[in-house]
Design a protein around this ligand. Structure first.
Ligand SMILES: Cc1cc2nc3c(=O)[nH]c(=O)nc-3n(C[C@H](O)[C@H](O)[C@H](O)COP(=O)(O)OP(=O)(O)OC[C@H]3O[C@@H](n4cnc5c(N)ncnc54)[C@H](O)[C@@H]3O)c2cc1C
Length: 409
């Protein structure tokens, strides 16, 4: 690159920085005006599972814009030849595929780094969309070149799988489990087809090195997950067992753990119940840990609350017998240290209470041990049905008995 181009690049970066607040303002304005009108127009037509109310933080917005800008800059800068554009688009698509291969399912590494479940899922989606866009542009530009056509099965499979993985993502709202099987199948097909499409170079060299990295990440994360599930769900002859109790349109699940688990407020686990469906070993759903206690045999029991939706949670409501072998994964999620605040305000709607109870309990216990500054805890719980109060009556009563100084009004 020439000096003048470095200069142009730094000038554009400075200009972009100046423009950023304006862009943020425009995005906020669009969200407030057009976004609201569009939402009002579409809302009655859409199923309740799609609300389009995604809250993206400024940090996330800046990261996304920077990712997009870097990709565009790399592909376009100092590049006036279509062959080089094709090559760079291909390389960038593969680079984006590497982190995407970690999957959207929460894992220990992301959890330790404090990445929230939804944010992790969204970053997977952003990088996935970049990969799809670059892969399609790579193909479209390549087809402009003389003597280039799609003439192998590998190329055809790669292209159709890339398009299918993008289109099938919409299934995620309605048929999560079907979607995740299709997604995993298509992702594997893309990796194999790309491997065959790329020139055969030594494994240490790009671009095949990227596919190797993707496969290693994909396989090692899946293997780690299943080892974690096996470790938590079985201990010698002992197995984690779940009992299900129905409360209206929701269920309370008590899981007697095969091994003791150190849990923190705000954490959640992924749960599957053996025999609830034919593929239950592969279907895991996240639930907040609402309560924990030791039973009469000093075995640790965790309590989860699940509101019935359409899939797994609906099957829980219909489940007989009421005791099942439980497969669990986790725990995931970062705890917040609320004890540094004098007054703590907690908000929950309906089932969201499951995530708040452990915080109240922890604060009350630590208050009794004189470990926290908290002197007031206020819980605002919005309920659609008065009957939902019975979900947590037992635990609330236990906490009120702990609260001799009326910390929690
Ligand atoms: C961190 C976290 C904690 C949660 N804690 C609770 C809780 O304590 N109590 C409770 O009732 N619900 C909780 N949920 C929601 C619960 O996981 C889903 O409602 C449940 O997985 C729905 O299963 P289903 O097959 O009946 O879903 P469906 O009816 O098929 O789908 C309903 C919605 O849930 C989403 N969904 C389905 N499966 C999953 C999955 N495996 N991972 C992520 N999203 C999925 C779908 O995209 C869809 O939008 C939590 C979700 C998250 C992300």
């Amino acid at each position: 690159m020439e000096i003048s181009e470095y200069y142009a690049l730094s000038l554009s970066a400075a200009f972009a920085l100046v423009l950023l607040p304006l862009l943020l303002f425009a995005a906020r304005w669009l969200r407030g005006h057009i976004g609201h009108d569009l939402h009002c127009l579409l809302h009655p037509l859409l199923p309740p599972s799609i609300s389009f109310k995604v809250l993206i933080s400024r940090y996330e917005f800046v990261v996304c814009c920077s990712l997009l800008a870097l990709n565009i800059l790399y592909v376009t800068l100092d590049n006036d030849d279509i062959e080089s554009v094709v090559r760079r688009l291909g390389h960038m698509a593969l680079v984006n595929l590497v982190p995407t291969s970690c999957g959207a399912h929460m894992n220990q590494l992301a959890s330790i780094c404090g990445i929230h479940h939804d944010r992790y899922f969204r970053f997977h989606a952003y990088l996935g969309v970049l990969f799809v866009a670059e892969a399609i542009l790579h193909t479209a530009f390549a087809l402009q070149l003389p003597n280039v056509s799609i003439n192998s099965y590998a190329e055809l499979i790669a292209l159709s799988s890339v398009c299918a993985i993008f289109v099938s993502s919409i299934l995620h709202y309605w048929f999560f489990e079907l979607f995740s099987y299709i997604h995993t199948f298509l992702a594997s097909a893309i990796l194999v087809a790309l491997w065959l499409h790329l020139p055969s170079t030594p494994l240490r060299e790009r671009p095949r090195l990227y596919i190797l990295l993707c496969s290693v990440l994909f396989i090692s994360i899946k293997t780690w997950r299943y080892l974690n599930i096996a470790y938590l769900s079985f201990s010698g002859w002992r197995q984690s067992m779940a009992t299900i109790e129905k409360h209206g349109d929701s269920v309370e699940i008590r899981v007697r753990l095969a091994r003791p688990l150190k849990l923190h407020a705000g954490q959640y686990i992924y749960l599957s119940l053996w025999g609830l469906s034919s593929l239950s070993a592969f279907e895991y759903h996240p639930f907040q840990i609402c309560w924990e206690y030791a039973d009469e045999h000093a075995q640790q029991v965790i309590v989860l609350l699940a509101q019935a939706r359409r899939g797994f949670s609906r099957r829980l409501l219909m489940a007989t017998p009421y005791e099942h072998r439980a497969l669990i994964e986790g725990p995931y999620g970062k705890t917040l240290s609320l004890g540094q605040y004098g007054t703590v305000l907690l908000f929950a709607t309906d089932m969201g209470i499951a995530g708040q109870l452990p915080y109240i309990r922890k604060l009350l216990e630590q208050y009794q041990q004189c470990k926290v500054k908290t002197r007031r805890i206020a819980l605002f719980w919005e309920l659609e049905d008065e009957g939902y109060r019975y979900w947590v009556k037992e635990w609330m009563n236990q906490m009120l008995s702990l609260d001799s100084d009326y910390v929690s009004p």
